[in-house]
Write a protein that binds this ligand. Structure first.
Ligand code: FMN
Length: 363
């Protein structure tokens, strides 16, 4: 079905096609019967593959990565496609336009995307109003960023504002310090600023947990463009600050395997298939450094069950995808779920955690 629609969507400018698709999905969901139809085609065909991570029980380990539903507008359809969880955002405290268009480029031959969106966001107030208007059953992560106009010295304040605002609405919260499209943002990955950020956010989390009577986990999302020393330094800080999870990785500023692709010279973060190996390497290194003390959410170039398995065996506890959803359509979620269930059976295990333990011991 998606193979019929895709040529029409791909004939349009990438960002226009993205907005049109989300708009059409929302409109379709106002028609009685649509929801049952979508669930029948997708969610009902996604096997139950429960995993417990960050103290939360995920119905399956395949999540939607941040950036697709930045404004929390499409919860029900996305959950009905079979995702085990959705990460919404990035949301910034104040509304901001993001970078000038065009800022989303498809590299179709490589099943990749370059984006330089620059945190286009309608801001926290609008985001929360959208979220509250959509009662939902499903786990929701909320990904926080900083406004471009907020001076780097006050970046922590933006994340604190975000955490306080979304705390009651999120199953987990992500601190996004790894987008390549906000000047200065990735410098927050350096040791001193990162220690300050994590210290402040964990302190606030403890206060909020007391007020709300609920611990909402906080994950840190990192870039794939870190060397091993940088990854190890981050791992040490994650442990020292008792972080709840790490998400690896965001898009890359490198262009692996795209030396002969003229459009690869476009500025921005690269996602999709060319990112896969780089992000798996970061996960493997993180896993070696963390020794299972902090869960890893693996993301970057996953487009089928083998790619998902590769990330899981490298050390991920959950996975996410974005670009493959654009290229392969919503069926990719249940297809990956079925493929993972098959792998669990092939290991003679009854759950994903046991199968992974065997697979990691062999690798
Ligand atoms: C168009 C686009 C927008 C994105 N926006 C965000 C964002 O707002 N926040 C974020 O943390 N990651 C964002 N990402 C990164 C994805 O969440 C993900 O980390 C990355 O694309 C790698 O996964 P993939 O290869 O499956 O797409 C974006 C990716 C794309 C393609």
């Amino acid at each position: 079905m998606y193979s019929l629609i895709r040529p029409l969507l791909f004939a349009l400018d990438a960002e226009r096609s993205h907005n049109l698709t989300l708009g059409l999905l929302r409109a379709a969901y106002r028609v009685p019967g649509t929801r049952a139809l979508v669930r029948g085609c997708y969610a009902d065909r996604t096997p139950s593959l429960p995993v417990e991570v960050m103290g939360l029980r995920f119905p399956n380990p395949v999540g939607l990565a941040a950036g697709l539903d930045k404004e929390a507008r499409c919860l029900a359809p996305l959950l009905d496609f079979g995702f085990g969880f959705l990460e919404l955002g990035t949301v910034t405290p104040q509304p901001q336009e993001g970078n000038p268009k065009p800022r989303l480029i498809r590299l179709t031959r490589h099943a990749a995307i370059i984006n330089r969106m620059g945190f286009n966001s309608s801001g926290l107030a609008d985001f929360l109003a959208n979220l509250e208007a959509q009662p939902h059953h499903g786990l929701i992560g909320i990904n926080l960023g900083k406004n471009k106009l907020t001076p780097d010295a006050h970046a922590i304040d933006d994340y604190l504002t975000g955490l306080r605002a979304v705390y009651a609405h999120a199953d987990y919260v992500t601190l996004n310090i790894s987008s390549p499209n906000t000047p200065g943002l990735r410098a927050l990955q350096d040791e001193a600023p990162l220690a300050a950020l994590l210290g402040a956010l964990k302190k606030e989390q403890a206060l909020l947990a007391r007020t709300h009577g609920r611990h909402v986990p906080i994950a840190l999302k990192i870039a794939p463009d870190l060397d091993d020393t940088g990854i190890d330094a981050i791992a040490r800080l994650l442990v020292a600050h008792h972080m709840d999870a790490v998400i690896a990785t965001n898009t890359t500023i490198a262009r692996p395997g795209l030396e002969h692709e003229p459009r690869a010279r476009e500025t921005g973060g690269l996602s999709g298939q060319p990112l896969r190996t780089l992000s798996t390497q970061v996960i493997r290194r993180l896993h070696a450094s963390l020794q299972g003390r902090i869960p890893i959410i693996g993301v970057g170039g996953i487009s089928n069950a083998d790619d998902a398995w590769e990330k899981l065996v490298a050390g991920a506890d959950l996975i996410q995808l974005y670009t493959a959803f654009i290229y392969r359509g919503p069926g990719v979620v249940s297809e990956i779920g079925r493929g993972l269930a098959e792998k669990v059976r092939a290991y003679g295990a009854t759950n994903l955690a046991d199968a992974l333990q065997s697979a990691r011991a062999k690798s």
